[in-house]
Design a protein around this ligand. Structure first.
Ligand SMILES: [Zn+2]
Length: 287
């Protein structure tokens, strides 16, 4: 993937290596958020819950050095910059809404957010309450080990674009629908949002490549490999030997691939509609 020449976003804050903020007492929301996002890259949610509990009760100050001297800030700011340009155009065009840029916070170890405290183990996530994408770049080291070398860059971009997809949903007011579905039908509707976020990530990839020629040979395959490896069925089978569809949070591997691929092939932001992803006649696992 070619990203080095792209203009970097000014909305990235690198808090890595700063003094850890004192932790407020953790609430239920924080733990729930952590359990939800822990699935993104295959962290056992029970483990994440334990860590979250420990953090909520802890609150020790810790001395740390300056931010690591790596390329992660440049990379993340370049990708975020491209999402700003793409969505800055697509959102008004397709939904007649101005695009409000999200912030991105790079952190190490743990972070205190409006959605609660989160340890690095949960992986990258978006908090609607503060319109912020949170990212501990060491997560990307794991991804790189799995995928091998520079081909991982496009997969990392996919992960960032997925989180920005949640921001787009937030601006469109889709997040609240999940609560409504849950209250009305007792349905675990998170999958609807997650698959739509994959679709939006694909739409971004289409336009980013069209405008900035970022995709290189092997990139798409690597992103699809990532999408496949983070399907709920794959993660559960890997961790526990079998899977429970009723406990899925992000969708099966074939679903994740389907929507990311479709977004990437069509680039059609107008198809991320309520009818399509939030139809009551289609169950999340049939999407
Ligand atoms: Zn997500």
């Amino acid at each position: 993937m070619k990203w080095e020449d792209q203009e970097q976003s000014e909305n990235v804050e690198d808090t890595r290596g700063s003094r850890r903020p004192a932790m407020a007492a953790g609430g239920g929301i924080g733990v729930m958020l952590i359990m939800a996002v822990a699935y993104f890259m295959g962290i056992d949610p029970n483990q994440a819950k334990k860590v979250a509990g420990a953090l909520a009760g802890g609150g020790q100050q810790q001395q740390a050095g300056p931010p690591p001297n790596d390329k992660m800030k440049e990379f993340s700011a370049s990708i975020l910059g491209m999402t700003e340009k793409v969505w800055g155009k697509l959102l008004p065009e397709n939904y007649r809404k101005p695009y409000e840029k999200p912030r991105m916070i790079l952190f190490s170890d743990e972070v205190n957010t409006k959605c609660g405290n989160a340890p690095s183990a949960v992986g990258p996530f978006y908090c609607p309450g503060d319109k912020c994408v949170y990212l501990d770049p060491t997560f990307f080291d794991e991804l790189e080990t799995k995928l091998g070398g520079s081909k991982a860059d496009f997969s990392k971009a996919y992960v960032i674009a997925h989180e920005v997809g949640h921001h787009v949903q937030n601006l469109l007011g889709y997040n609240e629908l999940v609560d409504q579905f849950k209250a009305r039908e007792g349905e675990n509707s998170g999958i609807r949002l997650e698959l739509q976020a994959d679709y939006l990530a694909g739409v971004w990839a289409f336009h980013a490549d069209k405008n900035y020629r970022i995709v290189e040979k092997g990139d798409i395959e690597s992103a699809l490999k990532t999408a496949k490896s983070i399907g709920d069925n794959r993660i559960q089978e890997k961790m526990r030997g079998k899977s429970w569809p009723e406990s899925f949070t992000h969708g099966r591997d074939d679903q994740r691939i389907k929507y990311f691929t479709e977004g990437m092939k069509t680039g059609d932001a107008s198809k991320a509609t309520l009818d399509r992803f939030f139809s009551r006649s289609v169950k999340p696992l049939d999407l």
